[in-house]
Design a binder for this molecule. Structure first.
Ligand code: DO4
Ligand code: MG
Length: 279
């Protein structure tokens, strides 16, 4: 089942039909049994039959977030570890990334407040004071206040590689700025973990040209989603729950940097496709 936050309210789609759900987003995702509750809702009176995908919903769709904070895990894939060791070696940061990849404690960092998050089809931004910018396509976990994963969405952890590569202590500036995080298109609610073979794919289009595409699978992630959540909730409470990005396994080649006008599309089935254009 998918939940869409739209201009008309929260819509629930079971793959064939959609219906409006009268609820507050924060209260809904913190329901005692979200998946069970959504399944129990009566079938609507034929509202928008077959409107099961974002493309079919002819309303403005907002990011699937209420008042939650967005956090992110880093260096959870070998590809991220290697790229970051390379970009920071002149700054003496090379071994930090190798060490955190191997360590028991994961890297977790604050990414965004809800109001800084961009939704599907909205613009995303690169910093004006950065020269080397990339999208990071990541599985995003929707976690309730009790630390339970109740659903999945797609996250784009936009990053300025020249800034983080100059000094690892600049990481917050490379990661946290207006328009640096996109989430969507909706929230895929399920009690079941996603299969390890689940693919994460990215396509970047410039004008009529495909300038980058890449893919990975969840099986390449070194950490389990539950392990990341367990660390995040140690000594930190989330009264409304939180969103946790799980790290990137896809990094474009070093000569690539995003430009204004680039379209970034990230697909994770069964969640959908998150599409944004660089402002
Ligand atoms: O350590 C820097 C950030 C890593 C990150 O965002 C990722 O691996 O996805
Ligand atoms: Mg990342």
């Amino acid at each position: 089942m998918h939940l869409w936050r739209t201009k008309e309210g929260i819509r629930l789609s079971d793959g064939r039909h959609t219906q409006l759900v009268q609820a507050d987003w924060d209260a809904l995702i913190n329901h005692d049994d979200l998946a069970g509750y959504l399944s129990s809702l009566a079938r609507p009176t034929g509202l928008d039959d077959d409107a099961s995908t974002l493309r079919d919903l002819d309303v403005e769709v907002f990011p699937p977030i209420g008042t939650q904070e967005v956090w992110a895990a880093g260096v959870t894939y070998f590809r991220s570890r290697t790229a970051r060791m390379e970009e920071s070696k002149d700054a003496g940061g090379g071994t930090f990334y190798d060490r955190v990849y191997e360590a028991e404690r994961p890297e977790l960092f604050f990414k965004a407040t809800a109001w800084r998050v961009r939704g599907p089809r909205a613009g995303i931004r690169i910093r004006r004071d950065a020269k080397w910018n990339v999208p990071e396509p990541e599985l995003a976990l929707c976690v309730n206040s009790r630390g339970e994963i109740v659903g999945y969405t797609i996250g784009n952890d936009m990053s300025s590689r020249d800034i983080e590569g100059e000094n690892p202590l600049y990481l917050p500036q490379a990661k946290v700025y207006d328009g640096s995080c996109a989430l969507g298109p909706g929230l895929y609610v399920t009690k079941n973990p996603l299969a390890p073979g689940t693919a994460i794919e990215i396509r970047i289009t410039r004008g009529h040209d495909r300038v980058f595409e890449g893919n990975t699978t969840l099986s390449q992630m070194r950490r389990k989603p539950e392990e990341l959540v367990e660390y995040l909730f140690r000594e930190t409470s989330f009264p409304a729950g939180c969103i946790l990005l799980t790290g990137t396994g896809i990094i474009p080649p070093d000569e690539f940097t995003l430009q204004a006008g680039d379209r970034v599309e990230i697909t994770i089935e069964p969640i959908g496709t998150l599409s944004n254009t660089v402002e």
